[in-house]
Design a protein around this ligand. Structure first.
Ligand SMILES: Cc1ncc(COP(=O)(O)O)c(C=O)c1O
Length: 405
């Protein structure tokens, strides 16, 4: 599970919110147009234009908009025909949906620890947990920084297991010059209000293996072959497979298209905010043994979030409280899935020390497209005013970078 930020319960006592979605272009005009066209259900022109935009940009053969990344993940579990007892490998440091989508089909989640620098799946640990029951590995590109996809894909090929990228946070980030979400046979995107590009609630399934396209369309359309009917390929549509209602309204797609069209603007704004945080906090972080995000040289990230990892859980909590007193909302992130009630039941005896430490020491700073320079300066100034370091014992060699991979 995660924290405080996923819902919009952002309390009024904050002057600077953690997230504050904004309009960036023609959202209101497109939404009105979608309604006035008389086609506000799914698969209208805005749905098709969003899908086309993403297909063109990513170079993927098919993108299917969904009502959320959660739904797109559920579609991947159906497409891979996950059966009870199948095992899926995933980080414990992720959102609950990465696991739940597969658990819904009866799969057993196998939680793997993360690297201390990027907080992405530690590929060195994967081989030891692969068994004959392993069906899929689900790398999560944390903060939109790419996992080591070359190593993950070659391991998966060797063991005949599927790769599904949970790319909820990494739209248009790249690993070795290739877009995230184009390595696995399937990948998922989120357009939730906390993401770089949003329509409130939304997501997409990116289909990179064309063998999944037709069934993907059927599963998204309640198990019917309605997409073939809409293309005039059959003269009536009927129930042909499992499925559910994963198709978003064209009103949401209209909102999304307006945001996608302004992606370059969004990216430039977020890049500026991210770089300012990084440059302004570098010296402070070194002085106080605080870890800043690490972006490997072969990754171009999506500028999705800015986090700091404090030297201890007590200091993390104290910093959140300090910022709150300054009217600034900073939030922690995922609580390790292997320690959750469900995690303990489904995967007892799991050990992920790097995840536990990251989860207890990490906090995310306010980050949204129109965070102003003066607001960001206020956040930076408040952080540097935090002066209770000596009230807390700092563990020797604090910081995650000192931990074994
Ligand atoms: C890694 C990851 N996967 C999946 C999701 C679920 O996304 P959605 O809210 O679009 O269902 C999230 C949500 O933040 C996430 O962080």
């Amino acid at each position: 599970m995660e924290t405080g930020s996923h819902s919009s319960g952002q309390a009024p006592e904050y002057r600077i919110l953690f997230n504050n979605p904004c309009l960036v272009g023609h959202e209101l005009t497109y939404i009105a147009d979608a309604i006035l066209r008389g086609h506000s259900a799914g698969n209208g022109i805005y749905t098709k234009r969003c899908q086309q935009f993403l297909e063109d940009k990513l170079g993927s053969p098919k993108v299917l908009l969904t009502t959320s990344c959660t739904d797109a993940l559920e579609l991947t579990a159906l497409l891979l025909d996950i059966q009870p007892g199948d095992e899926v490998l995933l980080p414990s440091f992720t959102f609950v949906s990465t696991a739940n989508a597969f658990v819904l089909r009866g799969a057993v989640p196998v939680f793997v620890d993360i690297r201390p620098d990027t907080l992405n799946l530690n590929v060195d640990l994967l081989t030891d947990v692969i068994t004959p029951r392993t069906k899929a590995v689900i790398p999560v590109h944390y903060a939109g920084v790419g996992c080591e996809m070359d190593r993950i894909c070659s391991l998966a090929r060797r063991h005949s297991i599927a790769v599904v990228e949970d790319n909820a946070q990494g739209l248009f980030g790249r690993y070795r010059n290739q877009f995230l979400g184009t390595f696995g046979s399937l990948a998922t995107l989120s357009f939730h209000e906390t993401k770089n590009v949003t329509c409130g609630e939304g997501g997409a399934l990116v289909v990179n293996d064309p063998a999944f396209i037709e069934r993907g369309e059927i599963l998204r359309e309640k198990g019917t072959n309605r997409s073939r009917f809409d293309r005039g390929q059959v003269d009536k549509y009927t129930w042909v497979d499992l499925g559910s209602s994963f198709l978003p309204s064209d009103i949401l797609a209209a909102f999304l298209l307006a945001q996608l069209e302004r992606y370059d603007y969004i990216r430039a704004k977020r890049q500026q905010i991210w770089k300012t945080y990084f440059d302004q906090l570098k010296g402070w972080a070194e002085e106080h043994h605080v870890q800043l995000p690490h972006v490997p040289s072969d990754c171009e990230h999506s500028y999705h979030m800015f986090y700091v990892i404090m030297p201890s859980p007590e200091l993390r909590d104290a910093m959140i409280q300090h910022l709150k007193r300054c009217g600034i909302m900073a939030v922690f992130h995922y609580v390790p899935l292997h320690l959750s009630q469900m995690g303990q039941r489904l995967a007892p005896n799991t050990c992920c020390p790097v995840t536990v430490r990251a989860s207890s020491c990490l906090l995310r700073l306010p980050f949204y497209n129109d965070l102003s320079e003066s607001q960001q300066a206020e956040v930076l100034e408040a952080i540097q005013r935090f002066d209770t370091w000596d009230d807390y014992q700092i563990p020797h060699r604090a910081g995650m970078a000192g931990m074994a991979r």
